[in-house]
Design a protein around this ligand. Structure first.
Ligand SMILES: Cc1ncc(COP(=O)(O)O)c(C=O)c1O
Ligand SMILES: N[C@@H](CCOP(=O)(O)O)C(=O)O
Length: 471
């Protein structure tokens, strides 16, 4: 399997190359040249597999040019061995139709761990392979976070040889738990930067660095955000895990996905392409609703970001939407590059008919405001005694409003542990969720974080002064 850019003007790469490259050199995102798929019988055979084995089966077609099946299983076993629940991503039932897929049993309490524990191991694996002249490579990871990617990526690479990580977060716009999970990791290869601005500003700076030759000529810039294909590949697995438990491939399942950068729900789209019978993918947003507007009426135009109690979804430019638009528009890289150039200059874009109609076949969408989010937190607590976080609540609100046929199970992805956002959960229910013991003495640890203006040159200079140059 090789990987091509959505903008059609970058070299095709194998899995190892795409993983280390992160973003394509033409500014596009790497996608597999074609979607591998499983037959109904092959999917049925996966029922009951332990998570690490299921992950190996699902990922193998994507990585086979770079990893053997045996090595892949060693990596999935190591990655998912660190999860606090034996099922890795357990399902909980609310009522006869509504289910919750708990994705927060990893080390940093959010769904990002599922992919980033794997990505950390993949980086280590590929960077340890010698070049033709016997030297090895290093990587300067530059990432943007609205709270969860940062801590999960830092946990996955802290202290690893050959990797420096520079993580940008919007100052004052992540929860205290999220910030501390990043800033209390004092390993010398970890650099936290709080910038003045929004997550979108941070993400734009990261993408710009990949195309800044002054930086790329000196450093091997790498990505941990979901612009990196390997992130999404690892997230496909839990759609299979959940659907198999609910009767797939003999019964379709719908998923409701709290959405910001469109990575998690795009992984669901990939699962459908691979043959998993998905009835509907419900894209749930908070009031930062660019994706809801795009799917409902074709209007992909970025407004100003409004801070909410679900800060990780305070996003108005959704990187991975480009992957979907590319796939739905006949995979025409030239057209995609023109469409994205238009968006980058005007911050607005109209979907083509093919994109609108293609998306409507599988996706629907909903937007939840603060009141609807709080109501969903309360509903979950009353229905099951379960405390859910504000992001998950937005998904649950959309799941219950979607009008899916009663015979189809609807699974809401629980993307973060409620204790990451204790204030909002307590306001809604009167109960304050406790941090699990595995995060330890988070509030007693020393913090280290630089503060920079929301200015690309300042960030680039900061990185250049501290990163390890290419070997
Ligand atoms: C807790 C939480 N829920 C949902 C999302 C949205 O996921 P995605 O950006 O993949 O759409 C994020 C961040 O991305 C998150 O951290
Ligand atoms: N919500 C995310 C934003 C970054 O998204 P990513 O999936 O592209 O890494 C976060 O928590 O940082």
């Amino acid at each position: 399997m090789d990987y091509i850019s959505t903008r059609g003007n970058a070299p095709a790469l194998n899995f190892e190359g795409a993983t280390l490259a992160g973003l394509a050199s033409d500014g596009g995102l790497y996608v597999p040249r074609s979607w591998p798929s499983f037959t109904k019988a092959e999917i049925a055979e996966m029922a009951g597999l332990p998570y690490a084995q299921l992950a190996q089966r699902i990922m193998l077609p994507f990585v086979a040019d770079s990893l053997s099946a045996e090595r892949l299983l060693e990596l999935t076993t190591a990655a998912y061995g660190r999860f606090a629940h034996a099922a890795v991503t357990p399902l909980k039932q609310f009522d006869s139709q509504q289910w919750l897929l708990e994705l927060f049993h990893g080390p940093t309490l959010a769904f990002k761990d599922v992919a980033l524990q794997m990505l950390g191991l993949l980086f280590e694996e590929f960077l340890s392979r010698p070049n033709a002249d016997g030297t090895t490579r290093n990587l300067t990871i530059v990432g943007a976070t609205s709270g969860d990617t940062g801590s999960a990526a830092i946990d996955a690479v802290a202290g690893r040889a050959g990797v420096d990580i520079f993580m940008l977060h919007p100052k004052g716009r992540v929860s205290d738990v999220q910030r501390r999970q990043m800033t209390t990791v004092l390993a010398p290869n970890v650099h936290n930067i709080a910038i003045d601005g929004s997550f979108d500003d941070a993400q734009a700076m990261v993408k710009r660095m990949f195309n800044d030759t002054a930086m790329t000529s000196r450093f091997n810039i790498g990505a941990v955000n979901s612009i990196n294909w390997a992130r999404l590949m690892a997230q496909v697995v839990y759609y299979f895990a959940a659907a198999l438990q609910l009767g797939a491939p003999h019964r379709p399942v719908a998923f409701s996905v709290p959405t910001g950068n469109f990575g998690d729900v795009f992984a669901g789209y990939v699962a459908a392409k691979m043959g998993l019978p998905i009835e509907r993918l419900i894209v749930a947003t908070n009031v930062n609703d660019i994706l809801h507007r795009a799917l409902a009426n074709g209007d992909y135009s970025a407004g100003t970001v409004t801070p909410t109690a679900a800060p990780s979804m305070d996003i108005q430019v959704s990187s991975n939407f480009e992957r979907l638009l590319f796939d739905l528009n006949g995979r025409d890289g030239v057209a995609m590059a023109a469409q994205m150039a238009g968006f980058e200059s005007t911050k607005a874009m109209a979907l083509t008919n093919a994109q609108r109609e293609g998306a409507a076949g599988l996706f629907s969408s909903a937007r939840a405001d603060a009141g609807e989010m709080a109501q969903a937190i309360r509903w979950a607590y009353d229905a099951s005694g379960e405390l859910i976080d504000p992001h998950t609540a937005i998904g649950l609100h959309a799941a219950r409003a979607a009008g899916i046929d009663a015979s189809v199970p609807v699974v809401t992805l629980a993307t973060a542990h409620p204790a990451k956002f204790p204030d909002a959960v307590e306001r809604a229910t009167g109960h304050r969720p406790l941090l699990p013991a595995r995060v330890g003495d988070l509030f007693d640890r020393e913090e280290r974080c630089a503060e920079l203006p929301g200015d690309y040159d300042a960030v680039a200079a900061y990185v250049a002064a501290r990163a390890t140059p290419k070997a």
